[in-house]
Design a protein. Structure first.
Length: 102
C-alpha cells in the first residue's frame, strides 16, 4: 500500500484545462494540462479536493478517509498509466482515460 503523508500549506487552486481521466464511487480524477512538477493528479469528492503525487503517494488537502483509501488503491493499480498521462500532458497531448476502481 502507498505511504501517505498529509501536508498542509499548499494552496489547491483551479486552473484552465483539467480533463477527467477516471471516475469511480463518485470520485473524479483529473490531471491538469498546464501544471507543474512533481507529476500529480487531483481527486474530487463532494466538496473535497486533494493533490496526489504519483510517484510518492503524498497527499495534500482534505478527503474523507474511505474516499482517500479508494484513491490510493487506484493509484497503486495505475501508477504507470498515470506517469504516461503526465508525459502526454507535458507534450500538450490528449490524455488517456484510465479504468475506474471496481
Amino acid at each position: 500500500m502507498t505511504e501517505v503523508a498529509l501536508i498542509s500549506g499548499r494552496s489547491i487552486r483551479r486552473h484552465g484545462t483539467m480533463p477527467e481521466i477516471s471516475r469511480f464511487f463518485n470520485i473524479i480524477i483529473r490531471m491538469f494540462v498546464n501544471e507543474h512538477a512533481p507529476a500529480h493528479f487531483r481527486a474530487y469528492y463532494q466538496e473535497f479536493e486533494i493533490f496526489v503525487e504519483i510517484e510518492t503517494g503524498i497527499v495534500e488537502g482534505r478527503f474523507p478517509p474511505r474516499a482517500l483509501r479508494l484513491v490510493l488503491e487506484w493509484l497503486d493499480l495505475h501508477r504507470e498509466e498515470l506517469m504516461e498521462n503526465w508525459s502526454i500532458a507535458l507534450r500538450r497531448g490528449t490524455l488517456k482515460k484510465i479504468a475506474p476502481l471496481e
